[in-house]
Design a protein around this ligand. Structure first.
Ligand SMILES: Nc1ncnc2c1ncn2[C@@H]1O[C@H](COP(=O)(O)OP(=O)(O)O)[C@@H](O)[C@H]1O
Ligand SMILES: [Mg+2]
Length: 254
């Protein structure tokens, strides 16, 4: 079973007035098959954690370790991380002009699997994954994220998740901007992948809404750049009722 181990992770970003520490000692272990919800107020550093794990160049690791089955993830390039089985669905996915969804998926699958998927089985794989997510086949010919609605962006990410079969999936605010139907379809996709028992999921969310559809094994409260408390699914209910106030010092929740 693959294990992602984050230990005492410190991360800074380059702000106008010099580097600013955002992550202040994050400890978290995710095993294949487990679903961890990371919940916290806006600005607490949740997306920074996601980007740092994926290797975004804007975020500088100043301390701590991240390993996948003992291998140093922080030493890996973005591509190497993807090949090692780390997948990131971003809160604000970027447009890739001139690249169709279909080409993008095949290129990604080739990179992650180390060889081009056989065309006949690949076409079937994509078709069936798109059907399950109730996506129009014409969607495959559109340019990645160009003019996608919020719901289309999220479906596209879950489509990638289903096809790339990572060991560790980091989903940042997958519920943002989704209406109830889209939320259900996207959640069902996550649950299908989860049901294989072969992916460890880090579900980052501000609201408890998505946790009605995806039941986490563990809930972590994220505040001021670190995990302030961990518990089981019941912790999400406490947060739903009480909010994050007690975790935020100085009331800096904005
Ligand atoms: N690239 C960046 N440049 C400057 N500040 C950043 C950058 N990324 C994040 N921050 C700051 O780091 C803090 C945490 O942001 P973020 O990780 O997006 O929080 P969350 O996802 O929990 O809302 C915020 O104060 C944000 O303004
Ligand atoms: Mg965020």
């Amino acid at each position: 079973m693959a294990t992602l181990e984050i230990h005492d992770l410190h991360v800074s970003v380059e702000a106008e007035n010099g580097p600013r520490e955002i992550l202040k000692g994050v400890d978290l272990t995710i095993k294949q098959g487990e679903t961890h919800a990371v919940m916290g107020p806006n600005g607490s550093g949740k997306s920074t954690l996601a980007y740092s794990l994926a290797g975004h160049p804007k975020y500088t690791v100043t301390g701590g370790t991240v390993t996948l089955d003992g291998e140093d993830v922080l030493e890996m390039s973005v591509d190497e991380r993807a090949r090692a089985g780390v997948f990131l669905a971003m809160q604000y996915p970027v447009e890739v002009p001139g690249v169709s969804v279909s080409n993008f998926l095949r290129t990604s699958a080739t990179a992650v699997r180390g060889e081009a998927p056989k065309l006949r089985t690949w076409v079937k794989e994509v078709k069936s994954a798109m059907e399950q997510l109730q996506m129009d086949p014409a969607f495959a010919e559109r340019n990645v994220n160009e003019g996608f609605s919020g719901g289309e962006k999220k479906r596209h990410e879950i489509l990638q998740l289903e096809l790339l079969k990572p060991k560790i999936a980091i989903l940042d605010e997958t519920d943002s901007g989704l209406d109830v139907d889209a939320l259900r379809i996207v959640s069902e996709g996550v649950n299908r992948v989860r049901g294989t028992g072969e992916v460890g999921t880090l579900l980052i969310t501000h609201y408890t809404r998505i946790l009605r559809y995806i039941k986490p094994d563990f809930v972590h409260v994220f505040a001021n750049g670190r995990i302030a408390e961990s518990g089981g699914a019941e912790l999400a209910d406490v947060l739903e009722n009480e909010g994050y106030d007690k975790y935020v010092k100085g009331g800096a929740s904005a």
